[in-house]
Design a binder for this molecule. Structure first.
Ligand code: GLN
Ligand code: ZN
Length: 752
């Protein structure tokens, strides 16, 4: 029997990132909106064609977006804050003003806030609902209807895919007194109107995505869910012939499965890859007349599906659900993987046969549906295992995760060792990556200049950077990271076990894409990575130079991980490699070492009950493993990008670093109060200004920020620094800002 197949969403940035380039040209005023629209139409029809050629039965429409689907949904519902609508721009320009902010003749407004989309590296824009927000939907002109009609005109009968009302209300921000319950009725009506319009135009199935159901849900959540859907399904089933698919992904829906079963959906989409309990849920029953859209091909990772395993899973599903009721699909939208391995020209076939990007996953769905076999791919061992790495991990003992002596003793030893002034000043690592820096690196990569020439240039840059920092009067200096393109790729390049793609771009937000490295085999340090640069930098100055490394958790989180061994095993492998580098730096006279964990907070599981068991219980030890071997006099710093870690403060303290710097410049003192309350032991440098903007903060402003911090943090523990690396900033503003930062620290030293 051949099963039917479905896809939740397809990549949309364009095969060669056309949407990115087209949008950037449009923003720069180089092309018209019509040209941008035509690029977009090309991308949509490409996706439909590929899916239809692959024989997919349920092909989505409305999964395209110029920027983000949550933003699309806000616009569809008329939830456009007045600060944007009052600019009186065209519809498209208003949309982009919400996405990116607007600065021009008509006004000056910031963008909507951006947040990480569940446990992915994609970011969505946070819709704002204020007390006077009027939900109005012009169903006929809405995006889902337009894109459905467009697909129909091209001869594809698609499934309009919408973000569902529950998830929309769950993720929106409420600015006034009204809460989500106050908007539920109007929003429910809007969805009804749009579904009716889609139905009138011929849509047989409409999919509503409700990923928010994989979070922990409480009673008021389920009440909202039930109220919304009872009404929507009632109306739709009475007034149309269309079928409604409730699509979930990124986990299981253990808290709401029972209600979902009873609500009368025509299709229910469940995730069997990340949903640990999904199988158990359906074992307790599945409605007889409903289709099960079974997500059994991973939509997030890039590995080939083992058909044998997929078949086994399918058989287990069939124990509880009739085969005729089952549609097989991806576990989530394919937005999170690159387009196709066909774009890779440099990786060998032996590697590429193990990869399945979006287009290859379409073929996989069809093959699984028709019972094809692919065991030959998995017949031979994929990676030559590195037994010495495995052994090293097996031989780790509790002592390897424990730095000695305890923090309080080290703190005293280091105060004497470094003799730094009160409120020591430092930066997070990178200095402006000016054009010459990037050109030098590119020329070296392309073989246009010699290694000597490349290194000489960088050494000059380092020298200038050190002199600048000395002139400014900073206390702990950095070398500036001129040799680095990306904080993960740079390290991956020097580690065995990683492979890199040429074109495997994945959308991170809007027009920004990332190209994550792939963890291919066992990881080890092939060679010293940063020693040369740090050593050179230290030779230029008497002040301490901070060695600069990326931590194991961040390297893991920003790569495509292996699936044949656990994440824990992988993070420990990376941990051992970075540990070797730490000890090497120390041996070479570097006395302060920063280990960045920018992405630590990011992969926290969606359910609180899993935070420790599934993540923190290995992530924090992995960090400790990296630095536990250093001398008491060596000072370990770490840096994290988001200060949204109020809820894991004890775990951060448990990393047992000597100093942590983090992003806190948006004058948000909440985190500081929480640190105080938790009796946080680690010394802290909450960023005193925002490096994401070219604005130069005044001395006065920084002094005030520091004074506020001092109400929560003991003066002996406070460091003074920007909130992140300076690589995206210009030279002039960097100098001015840092100069004010040092002045502010000096003013405070006098006062205290
Ligand atoms: N050390 C890195 C830098 O300064 C940290 C980057 C980051 O936190 N994202 O660029
Ligand atoms: Zn940062």
């Amino acid at each position: 029997m051949t099963a039917k197949t479905s896809v939740i969403g397809f990549p949309r940035i364009g095969h060669g990132r056309e949407l990115k380039y087209s949008s950037e040209n449009f923003f720069a005023g180089k092309i018209s909106s019509a040209e941008l629209e035509s690029t977009a139409a090309g991308i949509r029809s490409y996706g439909w064609k590929k899916q239809s050629q692959a024989g997919i039965n349920f092909i989505p429409s409305n999964d395209f977006s110029f920027y983000d689907n949550m933003l699309d949904t806000a616009v569809m519902l008329g939830a456009v804050p007045t600060r944007y609508s009052s600019l009186e721009l065209s519809a498209l320009d208003t949309y982009f003003a919400m996405a990116r902010g607007y600065q021009g003749e008509k006004g000056d407004v910031k963008a909507l806030a951006m947040k990480k989309w569940f446990n992915t590296n994609y970011h969505y824009l946070v819709p704002e609902l204020d007390d006077d927000t009027q939900i109005v939907c012009k169903a006929q002109e809405s995006k889902p209807v337009a894109e459905y009609m467009e697909s129909k005109a091209l001869g594809y009968s698609t499934v309009p895919a919408l973000i569902g009302p529950y998830t929309f209300l769950y993720l929106a921000k409420y600015l006034g007194k009204k809460c989500r319950e106050d908007f539920a009725s109007a929003i429910g009506n809007a969805y009804i109107e749009i579904i009716q319009e889609l139905s009138k135009n011929g849509a047989e199935w409409i999919s509503l995505a409700e990923p928010a159901l994989v979070f922990d849900t409480n009673e008021s959540d389920s009440k909202l869910l039930n109220n919304l859907y009872r009404k929507i399904l009632n109306f739709i089933h009475q007034t149309t012939k269309s079928h409604i698919l409730l699509q979930t992904y990124f986990g299981d829906i253990r808290d709401s499965y029972n209600s979902i079963k009873e609500l009368g959906f025509d299709g229910i989409g469940l995730d069997f890859i990340e949903g640990k309990k999904t199988l158990e849920l359906i074992s307790k029953g599945f409605p007889e007349k409903t289709l099960l859209f079974a997500g059994i091909v991973c939509g997030k990772n890039i590995w080939r599906t083992d058909y044998k395993k997929a078949e086994d899973l399918l058989q287990r599903i069939q124990k509880y659900v009739n085969p005729e009721q089952i549609v097989i699909g991806t576990s989530c939208s394919l937005l999170h993987v690159p387009y196709t391995t066909a774009n890779e020209t440099k990786l060998g076939k032996d590697i590429l046969t193990h990869f399945a990007f979006a287009e290859e996953k379409l073929e996989e769905l069809e093959s699984i549906a028709s019972n094809a076999k692919n065991k030959e791919i998995f017949a031979t061992e994929r990676v030559a295992a590195d037994n010495s790495v495995k052994e090293a991990i097996q031989n780790l003992s509790a002592a390897d995760f424990e730095r000695k002596p305890a923090f309080a003793i080290r703190e005293q030893i280091q105060k004497e060792e470094f003799n730094l002034p009160l409120f020591p000043t430092t930066t997070i690592g990178s200095f402006p990556q000016t054009k010459d820096v990037r050109e030098n690196r590119a020329a070296f990569k392309k073989g246009k200049i010699s290694k000597e020439a490349y290194e000489k240039f960088n050494q000059q840059k380092i020298e200038e950077c050190i002199h600048l920092q000395e002139e400014l009067g900073l206390d702990v200096l950095v070398h500036g990271e001129f040799e680095r393109n990306d904080m993960v790729e740079y390290f991956g390049d020097h580690l065995s076990g990683f492979v890199f793609t040429e074109n495997a771009w994945v959308q991170s937000y809007g027009t920004r894409c990332v190209k994550p490295p792939v963890i291919w085999g066992d990881i080890s340090r092939r060679e010293p990575i940063t020693i040369k640069w740090s050593k050179f930098a230290q030779s230029c100055t008497k002040k301490p130079i901070k060695g600069m490394l990326t931590g194991p958790v961040t390297i893991l989180n920003w790569s495509f991980p292996r699936e044949d061994i656990s994440l824990k095993e992988q993070v420990l492998q990376i941990g051992l490699a970075i540990r070797a580098e730490v000890l090497d730096l120390e041996r070479n006279g570097i006395r302060i070492i920063q280990i960045d964990e920018a992405a630590l907070r990011e992969k926290l599981p969606l359910r609180k009950s899993a935070w420790h068991i599934e993540y923190l219980d290995w992530a924090i030890p992995a960090f400790r493993l990296v630095h536990s071997g250093v001398k008491p006099t060596t000072q370990i710093h770490t840096h994290m990008c988001y200060s949204e870690f109020t809820d894991i403060i004890p775990d951060i303290d448990n990393m047992d670093a000597d100093v942590i710097t983090f992003e806190a410049s948006r004058s948000d003192l909440k985190i500081l109060s929480a640190l105080k309350k938790a009796n946080f032991k680690t010394e802290v440098g909450p960023g005193v200004y925002d490096i994401h903007s070219p604005r130069v903060p005044s001395t006065e402003e920084i002094t005030q920020a520091l004074k506020k911090m001092l109400t929560k943090i003991p003066k002996e523990k406070l460091w003074v620094n920007p909130d992140c690396g300076l690589k995206t900033r210009g030279e002039a503003e960097t100098k001015a800002s840092l100069s004010n930062l040092v002045s502010a620290a000096k003013i405070l030293r006098k006062e205290f």
